[in-house]
Design a protein around this ligand. Structure first.
Ligand SMILES: Cc1ncc(COP(=O)(O)O)c(C=O)c1O
Length: 445
């Protein structure tokens, strides 16, 4: 984009028309401060019309993995656009979709081989729910209507996904429309936590009791493996995850891993499930799937689940699909992003970010106004004492202050966190930590 001649007038015009015509996500328009108008993004930075830099320390809602406007991803997108931009995906197929599905099946453990394409994290979860429910119906068991999910979990904002995320507290206005979900306690942990084993035992025995009492009614269990994102960057241990999956799969329940946020390196491994050494029955991926370039998601199923949909009649087929399913531009950029993990040794970069984050743990843990410091992969999080809930006045003030300092850090209620793109440099991380702490100093006063 060519820079506007008069950046101030140009920005005012965009904001005025935005205010008149646009409805933003998760936004109270009556009280929200003016949005920032971006003109450009490169690597870990965003720029406005005056070329003011903002470090994107939450990777634009956790989507941007390799950095903004990566030349190799740009090239893959442009090359695919020259071939063709889109085609319906029933009765047609194309190489980008088949190549990406093949690559994902190769990278995922076990027999997670069957890739269903959709458009965003919420729909990937809806598809998983429908597959789990219909699997039981196809097997002749239509009693299984109960879903198990975790307190503080977030799985998106379509109806089924909201039901699963009822424990997040975001969606109480819709509670009368929600599906039948039992919410289990999530045994989150942090640095120097000596009570985690008790919490894990409680969560596992609660799950076991439900399986014993209502096992024949339960269709599926869903969890964000290792990290609840929107619920406040809450971490659980791989050993808990492993025991949970063994328990649920031992009882014959379909286990869904929502790796929409954790997938593609965020927790230090390509997928969080690798750290627990388990294979769920279904996995949902989005966000980093296209390195943050295009809206796309997949729900990947184990072979046996897919086979329960095979029949001579359409009745057993999955009645689901979107206009933009398996968009070739998104598939091409997703495939190129996977190759970049090898070419740029991305997991080693993430390990480098993790080492820097770990150095910060000592700083965070030494303060009285901060609690529950934690690090997982590329994520650093800590809770501010008495900071209030999501969108509290204090958290909004802090968000605005960080932005004024050129840092895109958005507190999740009391939780402050960094989840940068993997290309972030050492100098940028130093700047991020210094800004983070300065904000805490002002905030705690
Ligand atoms: C774990 C998880 N699942 C699902 C979603 C929903 O994804 P989307 O916003 O792309 O619909 C999110 C979004 O933050 C998420 O963190």
């Amino acid at each position: 984009m060519t820079p506007p001649d008069d950046p101030t007038a140009w920005t005012r015009d965009i904001i005025a028309r935005d205010r008149r015509h646009v409805w933003h996500p998760f936004t109270q328009h009556q009280t929200e401060v003016e949005p920032i108008v971006l003109t450009r993004a490169k690597d870990a930075s965003l720029f406005d019309a005056d070329s003011k830099e903002i470090l994107d320390l939450i990777s634009s809602w956790w989507t941007c993995t390799h950095g903004h406007s990566h030349p190799k991803l740009n090239e893959a997108l442009a090359r695919q656009a020259e071939n063709f931009e889109h085609v319906m995906f029933a009765g047609f197929t194309h190489q980008p979709a088949v190549d990406l599905a093949t690559a994902l099946a190769r990278l995922l453990p076990g027999d997670l081989n069957r890739v269903f394409y959709s458009d965003d994290g919420s729909t990937a979860v809806e598809v998983a729910l429908k597959i789990a429910y219909q699997h039981w119906v196809n097997c002749g068991d239509s009693r299984r209507r109960v879903l198990l999910a975790f307190d503080g979990g977030y799985h998106g904002d379509t109806l089924g996904a909201m039901s699963l995320g009822r424990g997040s507290g975001f969606f109480s206005v819709f509670r009368d429309l929600m599906a039948n979900v039992c919410v289990l306690p999530f045994p989150c942990t942090f640095e120097d936590d000596d009570a985690v084993e008790g919490r894990e035992a409680g969560a596992l025995s609660g799950c076991e009791a439900l399986l014993t009492e209502r096992g024949q009614e339960i269709a599926a269990l869903i969890i964000e493996p290792l990290l609840q994102g929107a619920g406040g960057m809450r971490i659980c241990r791989p050993s808990f995850l492993k025991r949970l999956v063994e328990l649920a799969q031992g009882a014959g329940i379909v286990v869904i891993f929502d790796e929409v946020a954790t997938g593609f390196g965020r927790t230090g491994t390509l997928f969080a499930m690798e750290q627990a050494d388990v294979v769920p029955d279904l996995v949902c991926l989005s966000k980093g799937l296209t390195a943050g370039y295009m809206p796309m998601a997949v729900t990947v199923a184990r072979d046996a689940l897919f086979e329960s949909f095979l029949d001579d009649s359409f009745d057993r087929a999955l009645p689901h699909g979107h206009s933009f399913t398996a968009n070739p531009l998104a598939c091409a950029v997703g495939l190129r992003s996977l190759a970049l993990f090898e070419e740029e040794n991305t997991l080693a970069r993430i390990a480098g970010i993790n080492a820097r984050h770990r150095e910060m743990l000592t700083v965070l843990s030494s303060r009285d106004d901060l609690v529950r410091a934690r690090v997982l992969g590329s994520i650093l999080a800590v809770d501010v004492k008495d900071a209030g809930a999501y969108q509290s006045a204090k958290s909004l003030t802090l968000k605005a202050w960080y932005l004024s300092q050129g840092l895109n850090i958005r507190p999740l209620g009391q939780t402050l966190y960094l989840m940068p793109p993997y290309c972030i440099t050492d100098e940028e991380l130093t700047r991020a930590y210094a800004g983070l702490m300065e904000g805490v100093d002002r905030f705690s006063r």
